[in-house]
Design a protein around this ligand. Sequence first.
Ligand code: BES
Ligand code: MN
Ligand code: ZN
Length: 490
Amino acid sequence: MTTPQTIRFADVDLDALASAEGRVAVIVTPDGKLDQAARRANRLTKGAVARLADSKRWDKAKPGQVVTLAMPAGMAAEALDVVCLPRRPSVDEARRAGVALAKVQGDATLTLAAGSTARAEQVALGLALRAYDFADHRTSKDAPDPCSATIMVSKPDEAEAAAAPLLAVAEGVFFTRDLVNEPANILTTTEFAKRLSDMEKLGLKVEVLDEAEMEKLGMGSLLSVGQGSDSPSKLVVMRWEGGTKGDAPLALVGKGVVFDTGGISLKPAAGMEDMTMDMGGAGVVAGVMRALALRKAKANVVGLVGLVENMPSGNATRPGDVVKSMKGDTIEVINTDAEGRLVLADVMWYAQEAFKPRGMIDLATLTGACIIALGHENAAVFSNDDTLAGQFLKAADAEGEGAWRMPLGQAYDDMLKSPIADMKNVGGRPAGSITAAQFLQRFVQEGCPWIHLDIAGVAHVKSDTAYAPKGATGWGVLALNRLIADTLEG
Ligand code: BES
Ligand code: MN
Ligand code: ZN
């Protein structure tokens, strides 16, 4: 599937540094101090590490950066990577060191002598996150070999225990990235539901609602989106019950449009291939659920994803059609390309009716307008609850995932008025991501703390980000996992 990095922790073995093959990495502090292993590497290389540490080059080195000494004399390794890190790095510095090492690693075996430098488990997470490569559809000559890393630390058992939950979350991120990177001819609604059902093995309870069941529930809004596709629409419910029995769960809701052509309001050809990532919200929900199960989180969380394909056809929804949501409100479909909100409206309503959640967070690649507003640096955060929004923003900041709060308000909601139905599905060009959020808020019940995350700009990017190679990022898995750990497991 992915190219996983196998990471293990071991005792520091200075004698192994001379004979280790592949790459060897040692740590030097920003002010040029060598630890025991760096001193050993320095001795083996007849002073090369100390010369680097004393050089102008090192004056410019930032925590988390790596300087490579290629083919070092006196060592068997093909490269000696000198990592710039203070003895007590921040989470971000430690992760960036792991990312920097993964970037130069290729398919070589890596031996990192971290000794007693703190947060080795965060270095491991950085290594894991950046070593990801979606190679499934490249023929074998191009496919990279799986790589492995050994991190030598003074207390391997402690480092291993600290790394385990982080590497579980990394698995969740990879699951999200794989789903988002997967083309739509392979990740059909049926295949998506199957991959989610497979997570029952991990202890999740997974239920798949088919079109007939959704019809019975009155989900005319969701069903109107998928009716032009040969792939059947599905609603998948994933439950993780690791918390106190009977405690109301947090609900995570994801937009899972496996491909968005725009429908009869067809999108232009240029760039339409990117719409294979329009299930990004559902992908993040799935990744979080996987992470929770893998690390056996002590929390009750339910993940719900609406899986549909938005296609034009003889029985596709037309602009001007009026559909009825499960809530009972009618919607005039002005533009069939504003389909994500039609899906979420019914899934959100169902989530609240079926699970009476303590809070609800939806994620969606919802609007191009969100990319115009915030680019690829931040997801847009909309909320009816300052406490929940504050907790989320704090978690996102701690995990280095960009998130920026946006406004809601009556004047924006008024833009959704329809002359013939309870609302229309678009509000016009101004404030496009806000009117989309207003539409969703109409399906949030009184007293339910709610966050809407528009991840159109951050789910999939065209150049490398801090922790991810270009393509699907898995944005949000780390932040939501932390929010759950901080607020439900404390
Ligand atoms: N999936 C798109 C939004 C999108 C655009 C995500 C670009 C990622 C990158 C969504 O379904 C859509 O088409 N939105 C329309 C809404 C409009 C018709 C009101 C848009 O943003 O143009
Ligand atoms: Mn669309
Ligand atoms: Zn869409």
